[in-house]
Structure formats: structure tokens, C-alpha cells
Design a protein around this ligand. Structure first.
Ligand code: IPE
Ligand code: IPE
Ligand code: MG
Length: 241
């Protein structure tokens, strides 16, 4: 067992990734519209991002909207987009207080110009904060990310900057949205579903997965502590004996 840190807790992994799932069921259980669940999920995200900064997680990657989530009703999708606009506007306003550096993973080109501008402003204006980096996955799909990376590499080959034979795993990783970010040691999926739903397929090849029976709006800092404790009970072998 590892040594406890000052607060009496096990040290967190440097990179935690979370599939923020269960908003719809949370709302349904309360007889509320699904959008109310997304709003509550946004509050949870705010609390957990701050908690990650407090306990010393360096990178927090969250799945907020997938390339498949466009299949939902127009009402739900536009509700989520409106909440995201509101959320990022507040993040820009409260930046000094929250001290979180934002990055965005995913194909932002399909978002509205307004939301895209908010993403760009949030990323550039938060770059001075170095305690915790949040990678916000928006219109993100793991397969889409790999295809975009393959296209970018092919374009470099066509331009004569690269040769196919020279490509290594490390170099390919530099074409991904996560370029420069270490792989997550721990992936948490609340809501009881036990699948990855196209989240970070390349980066999680050797991550530890913790599936939890709590809906995302109900997820508390203690749940993150519990997932970290579970992570410390795992025996990571990376293919070794
Ligand atoms: C996750 O919650 C949020 C998004 C996918 C945008 P869900 O909306 O998937 O909630 P459930 O899974 O229906 O409960
Ligand atoms: C994954 O959850 C995407 C996000 C949390 C943003 P989904 O609710 O979309 O995944 P499925 O449909 O249960 O696989
Ligand atoms: Mg879901």
C-alpha cells in the first residue's frame, strides 16, 4: 500500500478521466425534464473540478458530449448547447476564483460559432493556470479523433514533411487531441453502465476502469475518493509478469 499524503488520503493519480453519465435518469427519477439533469450535472462538474485541484489531480478529462449524442431529440441537444454556453460564460467570469486551465477535445467545427468562440476564449484566457488542466470533451468521439489524426498525418506525408515508415506510437499520439497530455491512469464511469461509449480508446489502452452505481448529478467528492482508493487496490502490470 502506498504512503498516505498529508490529508490522510491516498495520493491521486496524475490524470483522472470521467464519463459524466446518468443525468437523464437522475432527472427522470425526479419527474424533471432531462435538461434539468444536465444542469445538475454541470454543477457536479464544477464541484469535482475544484476538488481535483484541491487534492492535486493534474489533469481531469471529462466526457461532456459525444459525436453520437446528436442522435438525441433536438430539444435535448439544444438544451445541452445552451447550458454549455451558460457554463462557459460563467467559467470565463469566475476564472480567477476557480484557477482551472481548460482544453477542449473533439471536433469543435460542428458547434455553433458562439459556442466555439466561448471554447477558444476559455482555453486561451485560462492558459495561465497551471494547478489543474481540464480537458473538456465536446463533440468528442474516440474513433473520430483517430480519423482526424490519421488525416492530419496523411496531410503531412502528402506535403513531404513526414514519411509513413517513420511513424511511431509516440509520434502518432502527437496528432491526437490529447497531444502532450499523459494517458489517464484512472477512468471513472458513474451511472452503472459498463462500457466506454467511444471515450479515449487510444489513451485508455492501459487505464484502470472504475464503474460506479451513482448517477453523475449525485456524484460527490467522496465518490472520487472511493474510486481513487479502488485504483490503489489494482495491480497494474502493463503486460509484464
Ligand atoms: C450524460 O447523461 C450526459 C450526456 C450524454 C450529454 P445522460 O443524458 O446520458 O444520462 P442517462 O444515461 O440518460 O441517464
Ligand atoms: C457517454 O454517455 C457520453 C457522455 C457522457 C457525454 P452516453 O449516455 O451517450 O452513452 P451510451 O449511449 O449509454 O453508451
Ligand atoms: Mg447516458
Amino acid at each position: 500500500m502506498m504512503a498516505l499524503s498529508e490529508n490522510g488520503k491516498l495520493p491521486p493519480p496524475q490524470h483522472v478521466a470521467i464519463i459524466m453519465d446518468g443525468n437523464g435518469r437522475w432527472a427522470k427519477n425526479r419527474g424533471l425534464p432531462r435538461t434539468a439533469g444536465h444542469k445538475a450535472g454541470g454543477e457536479t462538474f464544477r464541484r469535482i473540478a475544484n476538488y481535483c485541484r484541491t487534492i492535486g489531480v493534474k489533469y481531469l478529462t471529462v466526457y461532456a458530449f459525444s459525436t453520437e449524442n446528436w442522435k438525441r431529440s433536438q430539444e435535448e441537444v439544444s438544451g445541452i448547447m445552451t447550458l454549455l454556453e451558460r457554463y462557459l460564460t460563467e467559467a470565463l467570469r469566475d476564472m480567477e476564483k476557480n484557477r482551472v486551465c481548460f482544453h477542449f477535445f473533439g471536433d469543435l467545427s460542428r458547434l455553433s460559432p458562439k459556442l466555439r468562440k466561448l471554447c477558444e476564449d476559455t482555453q486561451s484566457r485560462s492558459s495561465e493556470f497551471h494547478e489543474v488542466q481540464v480537458n473538456f470533451c465536446l463533440n468528442y468521439g474516440g474513433r473520430d479523433e483517430l480519423v482526424r489524426a490519421a488525416r492530419a498525418f496523411a496531410a503531412d506525408v502528402a506535403a513531404g514533411k513526414r514519411s509513413p515508415d517513420s511513424l511511431s506510437e509516440d509520434e502518432f499520439a502527437n496528432y491526437l487531441d490529447s497531444a502532450g497530455v499523459p494517458d489517464p491512469e484512472l477512468v471513472i464511469r458513474p451511472s452503472g453502465e459498463m462500457r466506454t461509449s467511444n471515450f479515449l480508446p487510444w489513451q485508455t489502452a492501459y487505464s484502470e476502469f472504475v464503474f460506479m452505481n451513482v448517477l453523475w448529478p449525485d456524484f460527490r467528492p467522496e465518490d472520487l475518493d472511493a474510486a481513487i482508493e479502488e485504483y490503489h487496490r489494482r495491480n497494474r502490470r502493463f503486460g509484464g509478469a
